[in-house]
Design a protein around this ligand. Structure first.
Ligand code: ZN
Length: 109
């Protein structure tokens, strides 16, 4: 089996310890099966981390620019996609279509 170099110090002497890989030079341990962090951390109103594909509910009525009505509190939004920026959730809301929401106004189901 071909083990990767240590991500911290680039040592070649990495060995396996159970499910973890261990670097003997800098003592770093990691799980090679854990998904790489993409750096985009989006938290909901409770501080729970959101992921692409999550379903969330809206926690307060939200005004929508150009729409005749608000998105009501409790509206369920499926299959969100996380994006960079102030409005960090890209999604489709029934009756409104594609839009971007702020994660602080939603809650993960
Ligand atoms: Zn190392």
């Amino acid at each position: 089996m071909n083990l990767p170099n240590c991500p911290k110090c680039n040592s070649e002497y990495v060995y396996e310890d159970g499910i973890l890989l261990v670097c003997p030079e800098c003592a770093y341990e990691w799980d090679p099966n854990e998904r790489e962090e993409d750096g985009l951390v989006v938290l909901d109103s409770n501080g729970t981390r959101l992921s692409d594909g999550d379903t969330v509910t809206v926690i307060k009525d939200l005004k929508v620019k150009g729409a005749p009505k608000d998105i009501k509190q409790g509206t369920r939004v499926k299959n969100i996609r996380l994006v960079e920026g102030d409005h960090n959730i890209d999604c489709k809301v029934d009756g409104f279509g594609a839009m971007k929401l702020k994660s602080e106004f939603v809650k993960k189901l």
